[in-house]
Design a protein around this ligand. Structure first.
Ligand SMILES: [Zn+2]
Length: 200
């Protein structure tokens, strides 16, 4: 977060007065409402940044396309990416990425009990949603919380990607770079979401 952004949000907390968001709900003192707001300004830039990072599968010999068409007859479901070469047991990888808010009112009880549980629940929902793809594809949800925690099945896949990047490049720092890039994408999205909410 840039200095002026930090200063702005700190000032907002100090000068806090009950304020209504564009969506009609009230903004809390910490501005966290912005993270789960339905008019969340950081959602789309963050989503495309995460998918651009995942598209690095190309570097390990897995060229991919974003938002592939025709995987399912249901036009309401649109996965985020598809590898053109097989990923596991002759099946191409289909992924769908999401960022879920750790602090959202409906997640609070679960997220305070088990770290990462909100992301893991989201993975389960995604698997259910794309269940019909499992006969022909290897489906992998990529779920990250706004605090940066990965879902249970997301973490090993990203580690596998990082390890393969190290093998290809022979640069041991590649092990951390996908994680750092994803963290930055989440932080930038959070910043945009909170600022858009408190600056209304
Ligand atoms: Zn709102």
């Amino acid at each position: 977060m840039l200095y002026w952004q930090l200063a702005y949000t700190s000032k907002f907390r100090l000068d806090y007065k009950k304020k209504e968001c564009r969506c009609g709900k009230f903004v809390d003192r910490l501005g966290l409402h912005g993270l789960s707001c339905i008019k969340n300004a950081g959602r789309f830039p963050r989503h495309s940044a995460i998918n651009s990072i995942l598209k690095q599968l190309t570097r390990i010999g897995l060229p991919s396309v974003l938002e592939p068409v025709g995987l399912t007859r249901d036009i309401r479901r649109w996965s985020d990416g598809l590898t053109l070469n097989p990923w596991y047991r002759g099946r191409s990888l289909v992924w769908d990425a999401t960022v879920v808010d750790t602090f959202a009112e409906n997640h609070y009880i679960v997220s305070t009990a088990i770290p990462g549980s909100v992301a893991t629940d989201s993975e389960t929902d995604k698997c259910r949603k794309y269940n019909d793809l499992l006969d022909n594809y290897y489906f992998q949800p990529v779920a990250i919380e706004t605090t940066g925690v990965y879902g249970k099945s997301t973490a090993p896949v990203l580690s596998c990607l990082a390890k393969k990047l190290v093998d290809i490049s022979s640069d041991s720092r590649e092990d951390q770079w996908p994680h750092q890039r994803l963290s930055l994408a989440v932080v930038r999205g959070n910043t945009a979401s909170i600022l858009a909410c408190v600056q209304v």
